[in-house]
Design a protein around this ligand. Structure first.
Ligand code: PGA
Length: 257
């Protein structure tokens, strides 16, 4: 649920190395991130959670409050046990993770994740006190055949159905699949109109009165388009892939929030 601030989240995907992470974070942590007006987080590959956690907390010592939040890019739908390769919420919690992306289109596409599985992952995260960033979005084919609204509503409905009133604690990210990593961005009007649909669905599901669940836009957000996108009425922040890997670009997007 929003505190009135925008939220800018970097999704590093499967990028980085111990060395490049260190350089990127050093630049981010040196900048004036204005935590009073914008929350910021980075969702990093799990093998680097410890590194990023340590670098962030070293910097917090003696700083004037506020810090970059730590996020993961996925979580297991299971609690523990024989699930080779998976990582549980309790493991993420040990690394101080506060956000976890669930249902990213790359996981839906390449790992065949269903709406139901995404809803369970959101539930696991909520149960562990983490904020799931629930991704929804249509493919270009679905958009061309006029199915955008139906698709995003169906994806969000599964999460609402399983999580009930707990949805007040989620973050939603609208990421049109055709805009991810392609350089094609939804126009501010296209994005706003889908965000309004999602907002109405959340309100109808009983999102608490007067409180707003944050709905982020994602898909080729960059320093040139961030300001107009972020000024739309129902866009509460951004989920940034490629541009979050370059400190200047990510900082510029944060500054436009
Ligand atoms: P992109 O990725 O900014 O590189 O398009 C966004 C995302 O997939 O979260």
């Amino acid at each position: 649920m929003t505190n009135g601030k925008k939220l800018i989240v970097g999704n590093w995907k499967m990028n980085g190395s111990a060395q490049s992470n260190f350089h990127l974070l050093t630049q981010l942590l040196r900048a004036d991130l204005r935590f009073d007006v914008c929350d910021t987080a980075v969702c990093v590959p799990s093998v680097y959670l410890q590194q990023v956690k340590t670098q962030i907390s070293d910097q917090i010592q003696g700083s004037k409050g506020g810090s970059i939040g730590l996020g993961a890019q996925d979580v297991s739908a299971h609690e523990e046990g024989a699930y080779t390769g998976e990582i549980s919420v309790s493991m993420l919690r040990e690394f101080g993770v506060s956000y976890v992306i669930v249902g990213h289109s790359e996981r839906r596409q390449f790992h065949h994740e269903t709406d139901q599985l995404v809803a369970i992952k959101a539930k696991r995260a909520l149960g562990a006190g983490m904020t799931p960033i629930v991704c929804v979005g249509e493919t270009s084919q679905e958009r061309e055949s006029g199915m955008t609204e139906a698709v995003v509503r169906r994806q969000l409905a599964a999460v609402i159905h399983l999580n009930g009133h707990c949805i007040n604690e989620i973050v939603v990210a609208y990421e049109p699949v055709w805009a991810i990593g392609t350089g094609l961005t939804a126009t501010p009007e296209q994005a706003q109109s889908v965000h309004a649909v999602l907002r109405a669905q959340l309100d109808a599901a009983g999102a608490e009165n007067g409180r707003r669940i944050r709905i982020l836009y994602g898909g080729s957000m960059n320093p040139a388009n961030a300001k107009t996108l972020l000024s739309q009425r129902d866009i509460d922040g951004g989920l940034v892939g490629g541009a979050s890997l370059k400190a200047v670009d990510f900082l510029s997007i944060i500054a436009s929030a």
